[in-house]
Design a protein around this ligand. Structure first.
Ligand code: PCA
Length: 229
């Protein structure tokens, strides 16, 4: 967390006898086909004022970027969840061929062995957790998130397909923890970075626009946490 955010969290905690609930927000690094990942850019943009605004709503935002590596991402995730004990986890990742921000509603116990990760490795097994349940439902108010993303100016929709790559793996594993609220938003490539052939589609939001929308999603989660306290 940066200085402004840290100062605000300390100030808010000083006025209460309870530590503030932590919301863990993760993005992803580069991977084959995505030399720069907008989800990591969104994580950077949510430093400072947005973190301070969320602290005023009673949550401590922790922002981290996970590697797009089948073997390493679960380890990083486990360490973060173990050390931060977040009340809510929101992952964001790039879905380069989508046009809108997609609120994922489930993760499947499946990864494809066709697409190598950032270390050029593919998973050893097609099951994320051998013998695990076939699918897990996201634990976020999905429809309210879609409305909040739209109200913040970003096209958004529900998705039932988180893919079969590191994002789906990450969501599946997080949903296997006891974290009360856990979800995933896939973001499109920001305006100006679309691959050729997609130019007839309506323009996607800018990176800053997507960061504003993700902040709106975090406000929904903060409200939900407050309601459940
Ligand atoms: N998108 C990939 C992995 C990391 C990311 O940002 C996915 O959808 O699985």
């Amino acid at each position: 967390m940066d200085n402004v955010g840290t100062a605000r969290v300390k100030e808010a905690e000083a006025h209460s006898d309870m530590p503030m609930p932590v919301v863990l927000l993760t993005g992803f690094g580069a991977f084959p086909g995505a030399p720069s990942n907008p989800s990591a850019g969104i994580i950077r943009l949510l430093a400072g004022a947005p973190t301070a605004r969320l602290a005023r709503l009673g949550i401590r935002l922790e922002r981290h970027v996970l590697p797009v590596v089948f073997a390493a991402a679960p380890q990083r995730l486990a360490i973060l969840i173990e050390s931060l004990r977040p009340s809510a986890v929101l992952h964001i990742g790039l879905a380069g061929r989508r046009r809108s921000l997609c609120v994922e509603t489930r993760a499947c116990n499946f990864v494809s062995q066709l697409h190598p990760d950032a270390r050029r490795q593919t998973p050893v097994s097609r099951s994320i957790t051998p013998g695990g349940v076939p699918a897990r439902a996201a634990r976020v108010p999905s429809q309210r998130l879609v409305h909040a993303l739209r109200a913040a100016g970003a096209r958004s929709q529900i998705s039932i397909d988180a893919g079969s790559y590191v994002c789906n793996q990450t969501l599946y594993l997080t949903l296997g923890t006891e974290t009360a609220l856990a979800g995933f938003i896939h973001v499109p490539r920001p305006r100006g970075r679309r691959p050729p052939g997609m130019s007839k589609m309506p323009p996607p939001p800018t990176l800053a626009g997507m960061a504003r929308a993700v902040e709106a999603a975090l406000i929904v989660l903060a409200t939900e946490l407050r309601r459940n306290r």
